[in-house]
Design a protein around this ligand. Structure first.
Ligand code: FE2
Length: 198
């Protein structure tokens, strides 16, 4: 059995970026459902590892596609909530700041690349900041439930671009959701992920 982690803040703590209603529907509705589906598919089978490692070990082509979709979406949302902060943390500190400047030019260049990549996602998906095996940072889109762990990247940051993530608050104004995200990034979490070794 995998257990839905608690949100790292209260439903209303991300307002006005995300309303209490939006966060509650996303967490209690969508995120919880992925866990419920995943556990139903596993049917009591003990996997003996973290969800992150379990997802990394799944093969989209060979494994049950419902298992893959629900496990990956459960983990993607675990990661997403940790990427958000009730308060504006500004920009990242020292190591990650330097790495972003080195790889993208300036923080605003990074913001521009992340925003344009996120806007180009057609249909449901995720936009990620990842680190590759040699430490290069990349902005990466994934479709549907896909996550970059399968491609041997270390995720540092993600934004959920399924419509269910923002539609209560933003309707068709996806660009505003992406723009406001930059005021609520949990850079302390991303900095911790940046320290991980591939
Ligand atoms: Fe979502």
């Amino acid at each position: 059995m995998f257990v839905l982690p608690k949100l790292p803040y209260k439903y209303g703590d991300l307002e006005p970026f995300l309303s209490k209603e939006q966060v509650k529907a996303h967490y209690k509705g969508h995120h919880a459902k992925y866990y419920k589906n995943l556990n139903a598919i596993l049917d009591g089978k003990e996997v003996g590892m973290t969800l992150e490692n379990f997802v990394r070990g799944l093969d989209k082509e060979a494994d049950d596609i419902d298992l893959y979709h629900n496990a990956a979406q459960a983990w993607n949302h675990d990661f997403y909530w940790q990427c958000l902060s009730p308060r504006n943390q500004g920009w990242p500190r020292e190591g990650l700041y330097k790495a972003i400047v080195q790889n993208f030019g300036t923080m605003n260049d990074f913001k521009y690349q992340f925003t344009t990549t996120a806007m180009k996602i057609f249909g449901s998906g995720w936009c990620w900041l990842v680190k590759d095996k040699v430490g290069t940072l990349l902005v990466l889109p994934t479709a549907n439930a896909d996550c970059p762990s399968h491609q041997e990247y270390i995720p540092l940051l993600t934004l959920d671009l399924w419509e269910h993530a923002y539609y209560c608050d933003y309707r068709w104004k996806k660009i505003e959701y992406i723009h406001n995200f930059f005021n609520h990034i949990n850079w302390r979490f991303a900095e911790g992920c940046y320290q991980k070794v591939p």
